[in-house]
Design a binder for this molecule. Structure first.
Ligand code: HEM
Length: 258
């Protein structure tokens, strides 16, 4: 057997091995776990609605729960790339789109509960309430961004928008910041005077700031260099890639398995 034939055989064997590693319906176990966890807030809401587990103001309780689920999933979606930078696990990138879409789904339910279930889509009631609650404008701006990102998250748009797709999808950070402000203003309390239920909005604000800092090219480069240095220290001189962001171009560092 020639060396070329042997390499081809090795490549085929590796491909078969990879296919075997992918689980039910083409998703690995950790992807299944993420999908199941993402449905949990809705399942819990359905269960509490049926069993009477909601508060004395059930519509408000449901609206708030769906809002909190939306902000949590949006933050998880934004955390995907920083987690990849910190750990070098390229496969986690597969979670970014589904988590973003789940965040949009919960925001949509949150909006429906407020405008449809609470106010019966009655503009004569809704308009005075929205004028009174300034934070709704901010939530709505975030929602519009999430809507555009959800619609353009498909491959067809990615192909047609080319480089502009990436630029457009950076707006997700603007949505993240708007949603934190919306949360801080919606809860009873005063974020500036640190009074009331502002602990969670402040925590989200700090996490969002950290995620944004990790996207700064210099910080990112430094984190990758530190991680690579540790890996080299442990495994003794693995050949390094000249590209500081190999996970972006799919080259360089060998893929780590989860
Ligand atoms: C579509 C536009 C939106 C509208 C009209 C809206 C409306 C509201 C309203 C009325 C509340 C107060 C609920 C209450 O205490 O009675 C609220 C709270 C909240 N919203 Fe929104 N929202 C919108 C978008 C979003 C988005 C996009 C997110 C997250 C991704 C979000 C997350 C939250 C959170 C976390 C709360 C606080 C829940 C709590 O008090 O525990 N909202 N929103």
């Amino acid at each position: 057997m020639t060396s070329m034939e042997q390499t081809a055989r090795e490549r085929t064997a590796e491909r078969v091995k990879r296919k075997k590693r992918v689980g039910f319906l083409g998703l690995a176990w950790w992807q299944w776990a993420a999908h199941l966890l993402a449905w949990a807030p809705l399942a819990l809401l359905a269960y509490d609605t049926v069993t009477g587990g909601l508060t004395v103001n059930p519509i408000q309780d449901a609206t708030q729960r769906m809002g909190r689920a939306a902000i949590l999933l949006l933050t998880c979606s934004l955390a995907v790339t920083p987690v990849q930078i910190l750990t070098g696990l390229r496969q986690v990138q597969k979670l970014a789109r589904p988590l973003g879409l789940y965040a949009f789904m919960y925001a949509l339910i949150h909006l429906f509960l407020y405008t449809g279930v609470d106010y019966g889509f009655d503009l004569t009631l809704l308009i005075p309430d929205v004028i009174d609650k300034k934070f709704v404008y901010i939530g709505f701006s975030a929602f519009l961004i999430l809507l555009v990102l959800a619609v353009t998250s498909f491959r067809w748009w990615m192909k047609h928008l080319g480089k502009r797709w990436k630029m457009l999808h950076r707006l997700v950070y603007a949505a993240g910041v708007l949603v934190v402000i919306h949360y801080a203003m919606a809860v009873k309390g005063d974020a500036l005077r640190l009074r009331g239920n502002i602990l969670l909005p402040i925590l989200y604000g700090l996490v969002m700031a950290l995620l944004l800092v990790l996207r700064i090219p210099q910080v990112r480069k430094w984190v990758v260099a530190v991680r690579r240095g540790e890996i080299r220290g442990r495994e003794e001189k693995r050949p390094s890639s000249p590209n500081p962001f190999p996970h972006e171009r799919g080259e360089g560092e060998p893929e780590k398995e989860i």
